[in-house]
Design a protein around this ligand. Structure first.
Ligand SMILES: CCCCCC/C=C/C(=O)SCCNC(=O)CCNC(=O)[C@H](O)C(C)(C)COP(=O)(O)OP(=O)(O)OC[C@H]1O[C@@H](n2cnc3c(N)ncnc32)[C@H](O)[C@@H]1OP(=O)(O)O
Length: 398
């Protein structure tokens, strides 16, 4: 709906039409070139009045359309612009004056009809946009391991292998990279990573290590290290606010990359576990740098070397998690919060993120490359091979 002030103004006091974002003094209102058919010329005073009351029920159409409506209203009721041009610093009144003045000598009847046509066009598009499509219809095509949706200026990337606790396969690494690249260019303001089902993610799918190419195990370790480096780089370079909605337990790489997110919301059911030593492996996701920075070296060592599992409350106390919500209201509370944030000016949010993060980017890339090299060697070790075999033959779990 239009703001209260606006709906009142629609009736009569249009002089004070409020425009809630700054309007640049050079704002150009495009010439109104609405289609004029013979029927269109027949808009009656009654049609005009009905359009005036209809406009109050519409969603806010944005400043540019509001200015068009304002200009047409003035032209239809008073004729060509007849007031002195406001001063250059009176931005809002100048934008309104410019819009009205741009209509030149457009006849009152034509302005009235154009107003009616414009409102009718806005009503039909607002009707269709108010119908909420089920998530399946909004799902972006091309992903098999993810559900990617864009709505309310939020792109949501949901890991979707609930039966495997959202373990990350090679295909899922590649799809997450694709989804992040697409989200960095789409018109969403913020991007969210979450999981479907009871887990956020159980981390790397341990069967990724079983698919050995004919070139041998060294080649497998090399290509895995490249994939890991590219995957983590996508998070380092992501230009918009990135939020993790940690709906349940998180393991391994799904935990370490949280240090590269801007905000981490966790359900009270979530846990945070990085059992690298148990698996004969070493930390990745830049956690060897971000975790000591976030929680101090002593707490980071307990997680990254000794595999201490943190509850959501502990992770929040250590600064890894922004806020914990009761599991029963987690989705509702988090999405209400995110919808409000997604309405903030997107460019300002993007620039703020870059100001906060950019100076660390080169360093993070170098750390990522170093961690990936260390892991490439670890994957060839007996310690790692035995741990993975034990899991896959079900001799061991976390
Ligand atoms: C390209 C390479 C990049 C590598 C980057 C380096 C990344 C490192 C890491 O992420 S290290 C962390 C690796 N993850 C784990 O070690 C977790 C292993 N999983 C478990 O210990 C358990 O499954 C559990 C504690 C997560 C959950 O236990 P439970 O609730 O009892 O469920 P199930 O074990 O029955 O699991 C259900 C189903 O999912 C399969 N599964 C779960 N996690 C993984 C996994 N990480 N990899 C492969 N498969 C996994 C599990 O086998 C069951 O499958 P099934 O029903 O038996 O077919």
């Amino acid at each position: 709906m239009f703001k209260e002030k606006y709906s009142i103004l629609v009736c009569n006091s249009w002089e004070q039409l409020e425009i809630s974002v700054p309007v640049c003094s050079s704002l150009q209102v495009p010439a109104l070139q609405l289609h004029m058919s013979k029927t269109a010329m027949r808009a009656s005073q009654k049609d005009f009045e009905s359009a005036l009351s209809q406009v109050k029920r519409l969603k806010d159409p944005g400043n540019e359309v509001k200015l068009k409506l304002y200009a047409l209203y003035k032209q239809a009721t008073e004729g060509p612009c007849n007031t002195p041009k406001p001063g250059v610093f009176d931005l809002i009144n100048k934008a309104k004056w410019d819009a009205w003045n741009a209509l030149g000598s457009l006849p009152k009847e034509t302005a009235r009809q154009n107003y009616v046509d414009l409102v009718s066009g806005l009503s039909s598009s607002s009707d269709s946009s108010s119908q909420v499509k089920p998530e399946a219809d909004r799902k972006q095509p091309g992903y098999e391991t993810l559900v990617v949706t864009s709505e309310d200026s939020i792109t949501k990337i949901m890991m979707n292998r609930p039966a495997k606790k959202n373990a990350i396969t090679i295909q899922m690494y590649n799809e997450i990279m694709l989804a992040l690249k697409a989200a960095s260019k789409d018109d969403s303001a913020i991007t969210v990573l979450t999981g479907n089902g009871d887990y956020y993610s159980s981390g790397n799918d341990l069967s990724n290590f079983t698919d050995i190419p004919p070139e041998g195990i060294e080649e497998k370790a090399k290509s895995s290290a490249i994939l890991l480096r590219d995957f983590v780089d996508c998070f380092i370079d992501f230009p918009k606010p990135l939020i993790a909605v940690v709906n349940g337990p998180a393991v391994g790489i799904s935990v370490t990359i949280l240090g590269l997110f801007d905000t981490v919301y966790a359900s009270s059911r979530a846990t945070f576990h990085t059992p690298f030593s148990h698996l004969g492996q070493s930390p990745e996701g830049c956690s060897s740098y971000t975790f000591p920075k976030i929680m101090g070296p002593a707490k980071a060592a307990e997680m990254l070397i000794f595999g201490k599992k943190l509850t959501a409350a502990e992770a929040c106390a250590q600064g890894l998690v922004t806020e914990v919500f009761p599991d029963s209201t987690f989705q509702k509370e988090v999405w209400t919060r995110l919808k409000a944030y997604s309405k903030l000016p997107p460019n300002a949010m993007r620039i703020s993120k870059q100001v906060i993060r950019n100076r660390e980017k080169e360093k993070l890339r170098a750390i990522n490359a170093e961690e990936s090299r260390a892991l490439q060697e670890r994957w060839l070790s007996d310690e790692c091979t035995n741990a993975v075999m034990n899991f896959l033959t079900r001799k061991a779990k976390l």
